[in-house]
Design a protein around this ligand. Structure first.
Ligand code: ADP
Ligand code: GLC
Length: 481
């Protein structure tokens, strides 16, 4: 049996702000259980919903040295769908009403979490073969492992993997503060390690020290080696390209299943979508105060409202998108300028545009099930899960060809009768608009063709099956058998 520990800052069902939580919550249960014991370790945030806090039980506690500080580490445990989750308790770090705060707070919070994640393992008796780290919050783990933990027998064989879900966020803060917080010697604060210009950079440390690096799609794995997508770390990623690969994300096919989903009003599958899917549309129109019309082209957008998601393209041609024969349903939170833009257009096009500026799991499922198309024109997209959810529900993605969007959405080809969505190449608002208009024309004028696109979209398999095996192969390669 090989022991694998996932270390991450969020995972469903406990806490979610984006796709990272979906991945960390759904991938562990997809490994071959006869060969891999995969467990997950998370912070026990105070803001985790009561119903999930009820599921966890106290295991033990101890005090841990973090530089000159000595901090309380509580250990809690839960078993969800057969996977063991450990949650690290410390009210000072994990209090508050959201998982992330100001950068300077998070820098200390996740130094504590990274060291605690390794420190609890002997206490719970889980000897790791692989520690699988996710994003900058766990960037210090591979360093701690080599610096202090490897020396002991318990960790001596442990290998580390760093999975990059989003290179944009790196955990950067001034060296003086970081050195005080993390308890590592001066040796680590040079330009070939943690130092990044005049600051310290957690993700850089993780990428430098991890035994292997993965990211969440093949295309993003290539893109991040270029200056445009590399966020200043492209040189390092090129240097480590021999130990870097892309593995595309999957989604939980039990949770996102239009046939069994309890959050949607009418269940359907690839045989019944022609009749049943539209009932969801009518119901959603009624619920959101949109004009009820089964035939109107309805576009969905469920997203963090940030620059990454290509929303300035949307802003640029919003009036043109919201033409008479289109309805737009938005669900998201994020930057104020985008929140207000969508609120404004709901006011301007009442009955045709509905902007839901909040976070709501149930409404997200209803949108995936009800809309005809799903808009995701990202500036960059490491993988993207929303387009996979849309495909699963027969809602046709309209995407920009970048990162995982390029790898998972096959552009419609009317001559060959192939493709599962619509896509455009350049980061250009009118290119996006043309693509939306093209999709709309197929929807209105060639409905049989449109339905065949839906057939092909729903037939795609983006469950974790294939990708979990790819991770297993990397684990085997690192462990050496
Ligand atoms: P990212 O991780 O960059 O935000 P992904 O497409 O990988 O993008 O994952 C986004 C996840 O968050 C999806 O599960 C999506 O449904 C969900 N999501 C985003 N915004 C909201 C929201 N306002 N309400 C509910 N779910 C949301
Ligand atoms: C990040 C990326 C997104 C990816 C998700 C899960 O949040 O922005 O593209 O799907 O991580 O890997």
């Amino acid at each position: 049996m090989k022991n694998v520990l996932f270390i991450a800052s969020e995972a469903v069902p406990f806490i979610k702000t984006g796709g990272l939580a979906d991945v960390v919550g759904s991938l562990p249960k997809c490994f071959d259980k006869s060969k891999y014991d995969v467990r997950v370790i998370l912070p026990k945030y105070q803001c985790i919903k009561e119903q999930y806090l009820d599921k966890i039980e106290y295991v033990d506690h101890f005090y841990m040295e973090l530089g000159w500080r000595s901090q309380y580490v509580g250990i809690f445990k839960a078993v969800i769908d057969g996977v063991i989750f450990y949650l690290i308790d410390n009210e000072y770090y994990f209090g508050g009403n959201k998982p992330y705060g100001e950068v300077y707070q998070d820098i200390e919070k996740f130094a504590f979490f990274s060291r605690a994640a390794l420190s609890v393992l002997p206490v719970v008796g889980f000897k790791p073969d692989i520690v699988h780290c996710h994003d900058w919050q766990t960037g210090l783990v591979p360093i701690y492992l080599k610096d202090s933990f490897h020396a002991g027998d318990f960790y001596s064989n442990a290998k580390s993997i760093m999975t990059i879900h989003n290179l944009k966020f790196q955990g950067v803060w001034d060296i003086k503060t970081v050195r005080d917080v993390v308890g590592l010697s001066d040796y680590y604060f040079t330009s070939d390690k943690l130092k990044y210009y005049n600051d310290a950079n957690y993700l850089k440390g993780g990428i430098t020290y991890a035994d292997y690096i993965t990211t969440v799609s093949d295309t993003y794995a290539e893109e991040i080696k270029t200056a445009f997508y590399g966020e200043g770390l492209d040189g390092l990623l090129r240097a480590r390209s021999g130990s870097l690969c892309g593995i595309v994300n999957g989604i939980d096919y039990d949770v996102y299943n239009p046939m069994t989903d309890k959050l949607i009003d009418y269940n359907y599958d690839s045989n019944t979508f022609r009749k049943e899917k539209v009932k969801n549309k009518l119901k959603l129109q009624e619920q959101l105060g949109l004009v009820q019309n089964p035939d109107v082209f309805m576009i969905g957008l469920v997203s963090r409202l940030t620059d990454q998601k290509g929303l300035d393209l949307v802003a640029c041609v919003m009036d043109e998108i919201c033409s008479e024969d289109v309805q737009l349903v938005v669900l998201g939170t994020g930057e104020e300028k985008y929140e207000n833009m969508f609120r404004h257009f709901e006011w301007k096009y009442k009955g045709r545009v509905c902007s839901n500026i909040y976070y709501n799991e149930e409404l997200s499922h209803k949108i995936y099930a009800s809309c005809d198309a799903f808009l995701m024109p990202s500036l960059f997209e490491p993988c993207g899960l929303s387009q996979l959810m849309s495909l699963r529900y027969g809602t046709i993605p309209i995407v920009r060809e970048t990162g995982g969007l390029k790898d998972t959405v096959e552009p419609y080809n009317e001559f060959e009768g192939t493709g599962t969505g619509f896509s455009f190449v350049n980061y250009n608002a009118h290119e996006m608009l043309d693509t939306i208009r093209y999709a709309k024309a197929v929807y209105y004028d060639k409905r049989r063709e449109w339905n065949k696109i839906v057939d092909r979209a729903m037939a795609k398999d983006f469950s974790w099956k294939t990708s979990a095996v790819k991770y297993e192969k990397i684990y085997d390669m690192l462990i050496g058998y």
